[in-house]
Design a protein around this ligand. Structure first.
Ligand code: S3P
Length: 172
């Protein structure tokens, strides 16, 4: 039985909202990798990027993922959008449980991301809507090779968080 479910996908795809509902359905603990990095580093994600740089953030993220992997018991983890692409993290997730890719089109991501979402994500800040769509399209193209290594791929463009969690709840 899988006791760790790792949700992967682009910023705005619903990893945290779906993850919380799914954890409730499965009776697992919900964890968020960005929050774990913040606790581990004593800084917000934005501060880690500003003060220490992205490379340091990626190392901190991989360390936090290792900590989750070492936990016992059922966990649903919402990972950061970039986490699958660094430090062999997809392999770690595959070895420790099951990775689930929540697939959303770039235009739907733009529709879903609120002003606050953009503000707290250093890689998305200060972009016009057109720049944001371009960035998300390019980035998704680069990341899909990692995301698609997940053992489950769910298209969630037209699903609510509750519907996505329900569909996943039947698989684990
Ligand atoms: C990032 C996504 C963020 C966070 C950081 C970097 C990325 O997580 O880890 O800002 O590289 O796409 P979310 O996917 O929760 O936004």
């Amino acid at each position: 039985m899988t006791t760790k479910v790792f949700l992967v996908g682009m910023p705005g795809c619903g990893k945290s909202t779906v993850g919380k509902v799914l954890a409730g359905l499965l009776g697992y603990v919900f964890l968020d990798l960005d929050t774990l990095v913040e606790e581990q580093e004593g800084l917000t994600v934005a501060q880690v990027f500003e003060q220490k740089g992205q490379e340091y953030f990626r190392e901190a993220e991989a360390r936090a993922l290792q900590t989750v992997s070492a936990r016992s018991g059922g966990v649903v983890l919402a990972t950061g959008g970039g986490a699958p692409c660094f430090h062999g993290n997809m392999q770690v997730m595959g070895q420790q449980g099951a990775a689930v890719y929540l697939r959303v089109s770039p235009q739907e991501l733009v529709n879903r991301l609120t002003a606050l979402d953009l503000q707290v994500r250093p890689l998305l800040r200060d972009k016009t809507p057109a720049e944001l769509l371009h960035y998300l399209t390019q980035t998704l193209r680069q990341r899909e090779v990692f995301y698609s290594q997940a053992s489950v791929v769910l298209d969630v463009d037209r699903l609510s968080a509750a519907e996505a969690a329900e569909a996943l709840g039947q698989q684990f």
